[in-house]
Design a protein around this ligand. Structure first.
Ligand code: C2E
Ligand code: CA
Ligand code: CA
Ligand code: CA
Length: 281
C-alpha cells in the first residue's frame, strides 16, 4: 500500500509482533524512535465550507531510518499494547503547541489544530503531562487547540474523565468527538457534556451520493448538532460532489483528500499561504 505521500507502508506489526522476541524488538524500536525524534507530525487541512477559514488535524508519522514513513495504523496499536501511546501523544501535543506558537510569531497567524488522544490512554491525561499547566507555562492560545476523542472515552462514564474534559473546555480547549456514529452511539453524553464539534466518520461519507441511508444519517446528525449548537466536521471528503452535498446539508467544516492529504509541515504551510491567497481574491 502507498501512504498519503507516495512512500510505501510496510506490513510492520503483524510480521514482527508474532513472537515475544519481536515484541521486545518493537518496544526497543519505539523507544529509540521517541528518544531519537523519529516521530513527525503531518498536518491535514480542515476547511470551512462557507467562509474559507483553515485549520488542521495533526496526524503522527514514524519516519523510520530504514523502513521509511510508517503509518499510525501500523504502529499505534502496537504502541497502545506496549503502553507507549501516552508518550507519543505527549510528544504530539508539545510539538503542536510549539507549532501554533511558531506560526503566530512568524506571520502565519492563528491556525487551530486538533489532536488525537487514544481512548486507551485517556485516563492518564491527568497523571502525566498536564495540558492546562503546559498551555499556561508556554502561553499557548488554548482556543486554538482541539482535543479529538472517540465515543468510547465518553462511554467510560468515569467522573474523572468528565471532570477533566470540563476543566479543559473551561480553560478554552475545544472538544471534538471523532469517528462520530461508529461507536456505541449513546447520545446521552451530548447532553451531559458540552462538546464543540462532531466529526462525521468517513464511512458515512464514502457512499453519500449513492446510499440514501448514509445521507439520511448525515442529515439527522447535522440537524441535531445545529440544535445543540455543535460544529460539524466531515472527514474523508474525496470528491466535489460529496463536498457539494455536504454543504447543501449544512455541514460546516470539510476535511479530506478533495482538498489535501496530510502533509509534512513545510508543505502544509505552503498550502495555507496558497489557500489564503485564493480565498481573499
Ligand atoms: P482519524 O483520527 O480518524 O484520522 C483521519 C484519518 O483519515 C487519517 O489517517 C487521514 O490521513 C485519513 N484521511 C483523511 N482524509 C481522507 C480521505 O479523504 N479519504 C481517506 N480514505 N482517508 C482520509 P492516518 O493519518 O493514517 O491516521 C489513522 C488514525 O491513527 C487516525 O484516524 C487516528 O485514530 C490515529 N492517529 C493519528 N495520529 C495520532 C496521534 O497523534 N495520536 C493518537 N492517539 N492517534 C493518532
Ligand atoms: Ca481524528
Ligand atoms: Ca476520524
Ligand atoms: Ca479513527
Amino acid at each position: 500500500a502507498k501512504d498519503a505521500n507516495g512512500g510505501v507502508y510496510r506490513r510492520y506489526n503483524a510480521e514482527l509482533e508474532s513472537t515475544w522476541q519481536s515484541r521486545a524488538f518493537i518496544l526497543h524500536e519505539l523507544e529509540t524512535a521517541l528518544a531519537e525524534g523519529q516521530f513527525e507530525i503531518y498536518y491535514q487541512p480542515v476547511i470551512h465550507a462557507r467562509n474559507g477559514a483553515i485549520s488542521a488535524e495533526a496526524l503522527v508519522r514514524w519516519r523510520h531510518p530504514e523502513r521509511g514513513v510508517i503509518s499510525p495504523a501500523e504502529f499505534l496499536p502496537v504502541a497502545e499494547r506496549m503502553g507507549l501511546i501516552g508518550k507519543i501523544d505527549d510528544f504530539v501535543f508539545a510539538q503542536v503547541c510549539f507549532q501554533i506558537r511558531h506560526w503566530q510569531d512568524n506571520g502565519m497567524g492563528d491556525i487551530a489544530v486538533s489532536i488525537n488522544r487514544s481512548a486507551q490512554d485517556f485516563g492518564n491525561l491527568t497523571g502525566r503531562l498536564d495540558w492546562v499547566d503546559y498551555i499556561q507555562q508556554h502561553e499557548i492560545a488554548s482556543h486554538l487547540l482541539t482535543l479529538e476523542i472517540t465515543e468510547g472515552v465518553l462511554l467510560q462514564r468515569s467522573t474523572e474523565t468528565r471532570n477533566l474534559l470540563r476543566h479543559l473546555r473551561h480553560f478554552g480547549v475545544r472538544i471534538s468527538i471523532d469517528d462520530f456514529g461508529t461507536g456505541y452511539s449513546s447520545l446521552a453524553y451530548l447532553k451531559q457534556l458540552e462538546v464543540d464539534y462532531l466529526k462525521i466518520d468517513k464511512s458515512f461519507i464514502r457512499d453519500l451520493e449513492t446510499d440514501a441511508n448514509d445521507k439520511a444519517i448525515i442529515e439527522a446528525i447535522i440537524v441535531m448538532a445545529k440544535r445543540l449548537d455543535i460544529g460539524i466536521v466531515a472527514e474523508g471528503v474525496e470528491t466535489e460532489s460529496q463536498l457539494r452535498l455536504l454543504t447543501e446539508l449544512g455541514c460546516d467544516w470539510i476535511q479530506g483528500f478533495y482538498y489535501a492529504r496530510p502533509m509534512a509541515c513545510p508543505d502544509f504551510e505552503q498550502f495555507v499561504r496558497d489557500w489564503r491567497k485564493n480565498v481573499s481574491l
